[in-house]
Write a protein that binds this ligand. Structure first.
Ligand SMILES: C[S@@+](CC[C@H](N)C(=O)[O-])C[C@H]1O[C@@H](n2cnc3c(N)ncnc32)[C@H](O)[C@@H]1O
Length: 331
């Protein structure tokens, strides 16, 4: 794509429109205006906002085509209502709240690049703070469900009865896969706050009997905590948050809980083997730098680790720009 002044300007000022949509989502504007059209004063009153500032934000949202303005009233634009008007599973309000939590730390990128990673790693609020974790995990459901459906269509799961989802978050894979494979049972291992959020989804989708939720940090998984003899184990979007030695250690543990002939599948926002394409994993690597947690890998690195650990029949396929499946079989 050609770089023009227009493109540079659009990229550099992108934070402004990003913050406008994130603030509006956070303040509940899309939800409010999904129900009925209101004038600026009524919207400010309903949400307890400053009247002048609210009118300006509504105006900016009209400018960005996220709201419509007709006869003095503001309304959600039709698709905005669909995606941000409520908490439907097709919605995007959780992932936007999650991005709003990340926004502040991205403001420190230049300092982070000057100083590098802090030596002492503070515990991540994404896991420890109940509200921040809820937005993170329901955001993972919102963006994960389309990929989980694609996974179900493209991966041969014939004969898989016992499926382990390590760091399974909202249990989005068991929910998507379980619909097509009624004989499959699942174990999801994750942190306590996350497990609470997962419990809500599993119940909502009628999967409580088939999904066992285990409160277990993934570096501690073993046959005693989550069982063994699994036909398949999935690590979807988890390895990038761990230092390399811990990530490899986790893969070894997964080797231990699979039956001979069982398969591991890693789903990562991975880079191609040229290391500098496509764009999403390169940008996502910055997110991990900012959070002082992990990095992104090339597909070749992940395949190499599986080989080193003893997996065979190793392969990889790209599902889309943010998702590569790397798989191996335990001999
Ligand atoms: C990016 S989310 C991916 C969730 C899910 N696998 C998916 O693809 O939608 C990462 C998950 O790893 C979990 N996690 C992070 N560190 C963990 C740890 N040390 N032990 C267990 N779970 C952890 C988080 O709670 C979260 O559910």
């Amino acid at each position: 794509m050609t770089i023009t002044q227009e493109r540079i300007h659009a990229m550099a000022s992108g934070f402004q429109s990003a913050k406008i949509i994130l603030a509006a989502n956070e303040l509940g504007i899309f939800r409010l205006l999904a129900e009925k059209g209101l004038n600026a004063g009524e919207a400010a009153g309903a949400l307890n906002l400053d009247a002048e500032a609210c009118e300006m934000l509504l105006g900016a949202l009209v400018g960005l085509k996220l709201l419509e303005h007709k006869r003095g009233r503001f309304y959600d634009a039709p698709d905005v209502k669909k995606y941000l008007g409520d908490d439907s599973d097709e919605g995007m309000s959780c992932i936007l709240r999650h991005m709003n939590h990340l926004y502040e730390s991205w403001g420190n990128l230049d300092a982070a690049v000057k100083k590098g990673r802090a030596k002492i790693k503070a515990p991540s609020k994404l896991l420890s703070d109940r509200n921040i974790n809820r937005d993170f995990i329901c955001g993972m459901f919102e963006i994960g469900y389309p990929t989980a459906r694609k996974f179900t269509e493209e991966v041969d799961l014939t004969g898989v009865r016992k499926f382990a989802d390590i760091g399974g978050g909202p249990a989005v894979y068991p929910i998507a896969i379980g619909k097509k494979y009624p004989d499959m049972n699942f174990v999801v291992a994750d942190y306590p706050n996350t497990i609470k959020v997962a419990r809500g989804y599993v119940k909502k989708y009628g999967m409580s009997k088939r999904v066992k939720l285990v409160d277990c940090p993934f570096f501690e998984i073993d046959d005693l905590r989550i069982g063994d003899g699994f036909d398949m184990a999935l690590l979807s979007q988890v390895l990038h948050a761990a230092p390399d030695d811990k990530a490899k250690g986790l893969l070894k543990k997964v080797f231990g809980i699979l039956r001979p002939g069982g398969k591991i599948i890693i789903n990562e926002n991975a880079r191609n083997d040229d290391a500098y394409s496509p764009a999403p994993p390169l940008v996502f690597a910055i997110n991990m730098l900012i959070q002082n947690a992990g990095r992104t890998f090339t597909v070749g690195e992940l395949k190499g680790w599986l080989k080193e650990i003893g997996f065979r029949k190793i392969g990889a396929r790209r599902l889309h720009e943010r998702s590569v499946l790397v798989e191996g079989t335990k001999p």
